[in-house]
Design a protein around this ligand. Sequence first.
Ligand SMILES: [Zn+2]
Length: 460
Amino acid sequence: MNMILKGDICYSKSPTELETVENGYLVCEGKTVAGVFAEVPVAYRDFPVADYGGCLIIPGLCDLHTHAPQFAYRGLGLDMQLLEWLNTHAFPEEARYLDANYADEAYSKFLNALKRGATTRACIFATLHTPSTVMLMEKLEASGLVSFVGRVNMDRNCPDYLCEHSAAEAYLSTKEWIERTNGKFRNTTPILTPRFLPACSDELMGKLKDLQIEYGLAVQSHLSENRDEVAWVRELYPEAKSYGDALDRFGLFGGKDVLTTMAHCVLSEGAEEDLIRDNGVYVAHCPQSNTNLSSGIAPVRRFMRRGIRVGLGSDVAGGCHTSIFRAMSDAVQVSKLYWRLADQNDAPLTIPEVFYLGTAGGGGFFGKVGSFEAGYEFDAVVIDDSSISSPDAPGLEGRATVGDRNAEIDNSAAVGRYAADNRSTGVARAAIPDRIARVIYLYDDDCVIDKYARGERIVR
Ligand SMILES: [Zn+2]
């Protein structure tokens, strides 16, 4: 789709550089960003323009780690630590996804939340149930969002009611699921998902590697989240140099042709950190979950300094909010505590840095995603921040409400028809970086008035 979005545009050129253009034009050619301009270049003069004057336009946010089946009970049991919380809440809830009716209802709620917010891309854990996992993928595909979805593998150290009973059975079920879904969708891709190493036998890990080679799939899992878990892996794999090394020995930890993301990495250091960097593994930093489950604080400043790829994850329901803006503010906050309490050499993260992590940082996992530089895939979110503007930004009171705005947009002819009378012209506004900072801290889903993924408008 060729189109132009007009508004106050902001995107990252690097972790430290926010690029902003007030009243600018973001050009989409096909599914790709052609560029951001102060005036529409001649070559694009016949593209339809959607005028979002006065609104912020930013790249879609990328959630590098979340659990769809945990959405329905988010907020429960967050005074526990990880392993207790898994046994008390996560596992019993996930077992319910055997029931197609329950899965249908609960996954619809998850999808509604994901569509309303500012996220356009996500890496998602489902459960070990193939039918409900396929259902989730179909719902995601229908939404227009772009995602990796994993049917979870777990064949040991988990309750009988939520366990694959042999590696052979797990292999066959996973292969059948891959055959049903791989290459079957435009925007939804299966990803291999060993839950975490203590829950997967060596035989199962070996078979997952066979599937990884056969289908060339990406991998997601958890790594070095919690002290008890790391000690457990050390007991299980005394010969491995680290938790990451134990995964690497199965060939499921990045490197050539194994696109990999690992959630948390709170306790990664030394040789494991080297391996994460050398194998190009994406760290999904989930600060809210790490706080809720007393896991700790991932040393993100150090990761970034060392050239490790980092994105942000909501980790619902270890984290209770789906918003990656929330993950951005949490990332700043925990980095301040880390600096204050753990290592004063690692300065707290800045707003441009966390904005980068939630857009281009995690976006890299999906390809050329998360920025508005020419050649990036066109994912954009339009944010009306007037509800959090200060009184010295006059002229905003008369603007239509969010509800009115949505009512005016009809999907087929949205572009070009948008809001000529909503435009705020010549109004003194706060500088775009300050508005972005306030959105990061004060955002709610009502601020999002439109979003696009791969050049297509998401119907919300
Ligand atoms: Zn998780």
